[in-house]
Design a protein around this ligand. Structure first.
Ligand code: SAM
Ligand code: SF4
Length: 329
């Protein structure tokens, strides 16, 4: 088991398949992009599957989420998903994507056994999209969402980050859009993880503010709050249900005490937290010929040292040097 010194057990593995992306969302990376990792540094598909297998077969991982960067840019994605869903015990396998290219790939991914997708969508206005993501790709994202739904990757989940002065007025229209289509919307508070270190607390639209915008328009009743467990979304039934909306207060309502996540970066480092300042290098060990036992030992030790919380509110908080796109969100 991957147990830390506070008794939390990691069962949810998030794997970044690439740090590359075809968008430039301003809360994530600068308009000019970043220096991408050289491809020799990225884990190969075989190396990824070996580590995921180890996690699933020996270390208690039950959920695997492929992310990035933009995971649809990884050519072997369908093959990696198929090899993951073939593992025993069979983990739940999810994908977090910006949706560009999903229109073409949704059927194959569903065929490979993918259980669900989260598609990021921050606005319903193509012009705002262009301003926010620095690319004119709104229509591709919408086509991706529709294809995922048609392919049965349901319920399609939508992730939204609101930013003051950019898209903060869209909370209500975005929720209506998702309700109309049977998608489940989750708002995520903006976290200090952008490569350009531009995060400012006063620009973050908080969970409280989001709820205050939604409440005049919808009847929101807390859903399974007492069973929130490790699920970061505080979920609400909308107008009596069954539709739901989630509000993830990663900064103002941290869920660190119930966190069950561990991350594998595209270059083979284990991170026990999004905000960790240390990593454990599985890739070098793997390429030096480490056995499964040796890799498992390193992984267990990496999780054991997990801190109690992210400490964003602590004056000594340091933003990690790796941006979100290189960690795997
Ligand atoms: N490219 C894919 C996408 O956008 O869905 C996967 C990677 S992205 C880093 C994963 C999620 O992290 C997205 O939903 C994105 O909106 C979110 N994200 C990125 N930077 C963030 C930040 N600074 N604060 C909160 N969420 C962020
Ligand atoms: Fe790319 Fe996702 Fe970051 Fe946007 S949030 S720039 S889509 S990695």
């Amino acid at each position: 088991m991957l147990k830390d010194s506070f008794g939390r057990v990691a069962t949810d593995l998030r794997v970044s398949l690439t740090d590359k992306c075809n968008l430039r969302c301003s809360y994530c990376m600068p308009p000019e992009g970043l220096d991408w990792m050289p491809s020799a540094q990225l884990l190969t598909a075989d190396e990824i599957v070996r580590l995921v297998r180890l996690g699933v077969e020996r270390l208690g991982i039950t959920e695997v989420r492929y992310t990035g960067g933009e995971p649809l840019l990884r050519r072997e994605l369908v093959d990696i998903v198929a090899r993951t869903t073939a593992l025993a015990p069979r983990p739940q396998v999810y994908l977090t994507t910006n949706g560009i290219g999903l229109a073409k790939l949704a059927e194959s991914l569903a065929g490979a056994g993918l259980d669900r997708v989260n598609v990021s969508l921050d606005t319903l206005d193509p012009e705002t999209f262009k301003r926010l993501a620095h690319r004119d790709r709104f229509a591709d994202v919408i086509a991706g969402l529709e294809a995922a739904d048609r392919a049965g990757l349901r319920p399609v989940k939508v992730n939204t980050v609101l930013m003051r002065g950019v898209n903060e007025t869209e909370a209500v229209p975005l929720l209506r859009f998702c309700l109309d289509r049977g998608y489940e919307l989750r708002f995520i508070e903006q976290m200090p993880l952008d490569a350009q270190h531009g995060w400012k607390r006063e620009n973050m639209v908080t969970a409280d503010e989001i709820l205050a915008m939604l409440e005049p328009e919808f009847d929101l009743t807390p859903d399974d709050l007492e069973e929130r467990g490790s699920a970061p979304a505080e979920r609400y039934l909308v107008d009596g249900g069954p539709a739901r909306v989630g509000v993830i207060g990663s900064v103002t309502r941290p869920f660190c005490a119930a966190c069950d996540r561990v991350r594998l970066t595209a270059d083979g480092q284990i991170r026990n937290c999004l905000f960790a300042t240390e990593e454990s290098d599985l890739k070098s060990a793997l390429r030096a010929g480490a056995t499964d036992d040796e890799l498992a030992e390193r992984w267990i030790a990496a999780v054991r040292g997990k801190r109690a919380g992210h400490g964003i509110d602590d004056p000594s908080f340091l933003q990690p040097s790796r941006p979100m796109s290189a960690i795997g969100g």
